[in-house]
Design a protein around this ligand. Structure first.
Ligand SMILES: Nc1ncnc2c1ncn2[C@@H]1O[C@H](COP(=O)(O)OP(=O)(O)OP(=O)(O)O)[C@@H](O)[C@H]1O
Ligand SMILES: [Mg+2]
Length: 293
């Protein structure tokens, strides 16, 4: 992630984004996009194009090779900015704030969104998906064995995960307590901030009530045809008002052959946490039975 994504974003002009987009498009076909293709796509005059390419390089938004030909490619730094640009243009985002957390497969930031009708600004969360990251590193190591499209796989993986997560949240919201999904573009999702704090870091006064609330949400999601698939005390937010389930990209539909196994694992994780921290005992099979009946 860039050191200061917000100020880098502010320093870019439309032609910077045009060049980044040109490289993004070219990466469908090339590991390193030939400069001629970037030029054709952007229709910028050579001197101007060279200036912008250099500037983007200084800002850490693209990589350049000169041998065997002059070519460019982007990685998450540039891709994130393309997504932010689209979200800002569409009015889904007006400011980027502090980093909230780094997950295994994402980086999460605070942000603001201008609400329609001059209703002020709504605090939002920006989730930058990073799913292709490790495989990209492996890909780099084994480059000689690549087929033609491997270099594009990190974009594909991260974009697909963001799309999946956004769509399932749209499907579940508001019947199930998930953050309100606002918008998504490429690998980035904009959503409402979950109230309260992570269950793992909070000591609740009435654990029984929270456990019931969580299991109720798991049941509601199941009734809508969805199993979370990665549920644990890290993906549940708790506040005085109730609970919110976050982090959905690995969900499965209840028809999936792994749905039963994943539901059981989700329930087990939650029950194990409440037993460990609060001494609450529940029977896994009774709970699972109550959900799928
Ligand atoms: N809507 C939200 N409101 C408040 N905080 C959030 C929200 N979404 C994510 N976060 C914070 O960012 C962290 C990472 O988000 P999330 O769990 O969705 O990503 P992840 O990369 O899949 O995490 P991991 O794989 O490590 O579980 C969360 O643990 C939480 O602290
Ligand atoms: Mg998580």
């Amino acid at each position: 992630m860039l050191e200061d994504i917000s100020s880098v974003f502010m320093s870019l002009e439309p032609r910077h984004f045009r060049v980044l987009t040109g490289i993004e498009v070219g990466m469908k076909y090339h590991e390193w996009v030939p400069v001629e293709e970037v030029s054709m796509y952007t229709k910028l005059e050579v001197r101007q194009l060279n200036y912008i390419l250099k500037d983007l390089g200084h800002k850490g938004l693209l990589k350049r090779q000169t041998v065997p030909y002059e070519g460019y490619r982007i990685y998450f730094e540039g891709y994130d900015l393309l997504a932010l640009n689209a979200l800002v243009k569409r009015g889904s985002l007006s400011a980027i704030g502090e980093e909230l957390g780094v997950g295994k497969e994402s980086v999460v930031y605070e942000g603001l969104r201008e609400m329609v009708g001059g209703l002020g600004q709504q605090p939002v969360v920006l989730k930058f998906h990073r799913e292709g990251r490790t495989s990209f590193k492996q890909v780099k190591r084994k480059r000689e064995h690549l087929d033609g499209l491997q270099h594009f796989s990190w974009i594909y993986a991260a974009r697909l995960a963001a799309k999946r997560e956004f769509e399932v949240m749209q499907w579940l919201y508001p019947e199930v307590n998930v953050p309100e999904p606002v918008d998504h573009n490429r690998n980035v999702i904009v959503m409402a901030i979950a109230e309260g704090g992570e269950l793992s870091k909070t000591r609740v006064v009435d654990p029984e009530w929270y456990l019931d609330m969580i299991l109720e949400q798991v049941g509601l999601a199941y009734a809508k045809g969805v199993v979370h698939g990665d549920l644990s005390e890290y993906n549940v937010f708790v506040s005085d008002e109730g609970v919110t389930l976050i982090d959905w990209p690995q969900y499965v539909e209840v028809e999936n052959e792994r749905a039963g196994e994943l539901l059981e694992r989700d329930v087990r994780n939650v029950l194990a946490f409440f037993k460990r921290k609060y001494g609450l005992e529940r029977d896994v099979w009774e709970v699972v039975g109550g959900i799928i009946e």
